[in-house]
Design a binder for this molecule. Structure first.
Ligand code: SF4
Length: 375
């Protein structure tokens, strides 16, 4: 149960946006903030791409994007869509035919900028294909590929230029009476992206897709994304997110969830609270947490677990978690259940025991949720 009414400093007031559908996933309005990733296989490697989509979905991705650079990829998309457990967004760059083919192949959304397609007739055709096949559109403005006239007007990529580009693309869709769209204004520079998204949020009620583009490798990209997207989400901006990392798409999904979890915006799986450890630790905190992270990956039910090295912070943290373990003396520690000290456990049996306790708790939470849903 949320206790935000007694902890108002935890409240985040989400910007009011329209809701659209990406396949069966609602984006915007009061829909949960969805987590996306993108495959990095060659799309014509159908089996490899499907495997990556499935792994991402298993890790919690709500939506997966697939690049469609050529006709063969558009053909492959049909099989990928058929096997995918989540809606697929087709990433199209300039060629309008790919957009039409992707819509026909069953893409749930096209990532395409209507201003880059070419003639009015082509724009019309793509929008018609999206409409005919129940496809939404994501306008994806990127600081690195702004239109020439905007670069001339503003001198360099900047938030004003990005938002103007986004609003121009929006106008094209609106002029064609197409409103099932969301929009992103990405930049690899955190300041530029954050400023652009804030301006954009004031100018449109379209759902916003957040991203810090080309953020970097696993560690640096995670930090950049957490700062950039974290601040925007905290301000209430953002309806769907993609963390861009030079890493496995599964890592992008995990980081996306961690950002949302940190802000209490969405929960999935076990949120482990652990201390950094020091000379006082009663067991090897770092190794234990590493092992538990892996052993608890299969738990999808939102719950919390505290793993704390000693009594300095252990009981206090355990008070606020579903399951807790606090190191003590003589090779054993205290297990906490629902915030209360429950029983002692030897360090050498502790990992197996904690996994069991977490699985038990997850099963009881799931049973409760099923009962509530049935009532
Ligand atoms: S909780 Fe104990 S073991 Fe962990 S960092 Fe603090 S003092 Fe050290």
């Amino acid at each position: 149960m949320s206790l935000n009414h007694v902890r108002p400093w935890r409240n985040i007031y989400r910007r009011t946006s329209r809701q659209i559908m990406v396949g069966n996933v609602p984006v915007g309005g009061d829909a949960p903030i969805s987590v996306q990733t993108m495959t990095n296989t060659v799309t014509t490697d159908i089996a490899g791409t499907i495997a990556q989509v499935q792994a991402a979905a298993e890790a919690g991705a709500d939506i997966v994007r697939v690049s469609v650079p050529d006709e063969d990829s558009a053909r492959a998309l049909k099989d990928i869509v058929r096997e995918s457990p989540v809606p697929i967004v087709a990433d199209i760059h300039f060629h309008y035919r790919r957009g039409i083919e992707a819509a026909e192949a069953g893409a749930a959304c096209l990532r395409i900028n209507p201003g880059n397609i070419g003639s009015e007739a082509r724009v019309k055709e793509v929008i018609q294909a999206a409409r005919d096949h129940g496809c939404s559109i994501r306008i994806g403005v990127n600081a690195g590929s702004l239109e020439k006239h905007l670069l001339e007007k503003y001198g360099e990529p900047c938030p004003d230029a990005m938002v103007e580009s986004g609003m121009d693309h929006i106008k094209i869709l609106q002029d064609h009476d197409f409103h099932e769209f969301k929009i992103s204004v990405k930049a690899s520079d955190v300041f530029m992206a954050a400023a652009a998204y804030q301006q954009l949020a004031e100018q449109t009620d379209a759902p916003i897709h957040l991203g810090i583009t080309e953020a970097g490798g696993l560690t640096s990209g995670t930090i950049k994304s957490a700062i950039g997207m974290g601040n925007l989400l905290w301000m209430g901006i953002g309806d769907t997110i993609r963390v861009s990392l030079s890493a496995d798409p599964v890592e992008e999904v995990k980081v996306g969830y961690e950002i949302l979890k940190s802000l209490g915006l969405r929960h999935r799986g076990v949120n482990i609270i652990s201390c950094p450890s020091c000379a006082r630790q009663g067991f090897d905190v770092i190794k234990t947490v590493e092992t538990l992270e892996k052993r608890l990956e299969h738990i999808k039910t939102p719950m919390s677990l505290s793993i704390i090295g000693c009594v300095v912070n252990g009981p206090g943290e355990a008070l606020m978690t579903d399951v807790g373990f606090t190191g003590g003396g003589a090779g054993s520690g205290m297990v906490y259940l629902a915030g209360k000290a429950s029983h002692k456990m030897n360090n050498d049996q502790m990992v197996d025991h904690i996994v069991e306790e977490v699985e038990k708790k997850a099963a009881s939470l799931e049973a409760e949720a099923a009962k509530d849903a049935a009532e």
